[in-house]
Design a protein around this ligand. Structure first.
Ligand code: GLU
Length: 279
């Protein structure tokens, strides 16, 4: 069984106890085969300081990853910002099949569209179907226009999550057409992680439960690209004493702050510090 896993922090802030909990489980379940990938596509918010801090924090936790297996695009560690060629290949495939379409509409247009149904709690508004174009020509490059995946309305996407069990989402109801290419001419999160997880030969993706609906979107991308999805393990979320999700900036619960206060790596990895608990 392929058990290669990955640690994929997004360095837009310091990592907190929730990241430690998820990454600890990812490391444990990967049985030694662990790839380190920096999800640094958002160049305006990802900084070298946060990347260095993430590496330092993960090392302090005792998590070790493989340096160097060739996972598409040369040996690791990997930076999404250096893997644009792979994302473009996937874009070309999807555009040629007309599974994705150019969608210049702003978030505001979407929110304003009279027909936009209400989005499920915590999710972005459903993209209104009347804003789908009837036809379009396929350019050689995505350019500076967002591209969206046309979801198969009414189709139920089901998967067995290794932690949560059976998960079901209905396309067009629980989520709408989603962005795969951004206005700033970069791959969007959903496309970039699918391309990377596939090329990296990831056997199991471990991430927080807040991404269950994203996984349904990503399963559609795997199907459209003709790839087999990995297994998924969505971890429980570490929440604060107020039962709310931790934000990256919850400073007292940052790994570096907990280190300073004298917590041990194993306590931080357990997710239970200073009133936090798993939900
Ligand atoms: N870099 C993403 C994050 O930190 C990874 C999510 C995922 O595992 O797909 O949220």
């Amino acid at each position: 069984m392929n058990c290669r896993g990955r640690l994929a922090p997004t360095p837009t802030g310091f990592l907190h106890v929730g990241h430690a909990y998820t990454f600890g489980i990812a490391a444990e379940r990967a049985a030694g085969e662990l790839v380190f990938r920096v999800d640094d596509l958002d160049s305006t918010r990802c900084t070298d300081e946060y990347i260095a801090a993430a590496i330092d924090d993960l090392q302090w936790l005792g998590l070790a990853w493989a340096e160097g297996p060739d996972c598409g695009g040369g040996a690791g560690p990997y930076f999404q910002s250096q893997r644009t060629g792979l994302y473009l290949e996937a874009w070309q495939h999807l555009a040629a099949a007309k599974i994705i379409y150019p969608s210049p509409h702003s978030r505001r247009d979407v929110e304003d569209a009279a027909l936009a149904p209400h989005a499920p709690v915590g999710e972005e508004p459903l993209f209104p179907k009347n804003l789908r174009p009837d036809d379009w020509t396929i350019p050689a490059n995505p350019g500076c226009t967002p591209w969206r995946f046309r979801v198969p309305d009414g189709q139920t996407i089901e998967f067995i999550d290794e932690n949560v069990g059976l998960v079901k989402r209905i396309a067009g109801v629980d989520f709408g057409d989603f962005v795969v290419w951004r206005r700033d001419n970069l791959a969007a999160y959903e496309l970039a992680v699918v391309v990377d997880d596939h090329h990296m030969g990831i056997g199991e993706v471990v991430r927080g439960k807040d991404l269950l609906t994203s996984t349904a979107r990503q399963i559609l991308l795997y199907e459209a690209l003709g790839w087999k999805p990995p297994r998924f393990f969505h971890t429980n979320l570490v929440v604060g004493p107020d039962s709310k999700r931790l934000a990256k900036r919850t400073s007292g619960l940052m790994i570096r702050e907990l280190r300073r206060k004298g917590f041990s790596p194993s306590t931080v990895l357990s997710g239970s510090v200073e009133g936090t608990f798993l939900k």
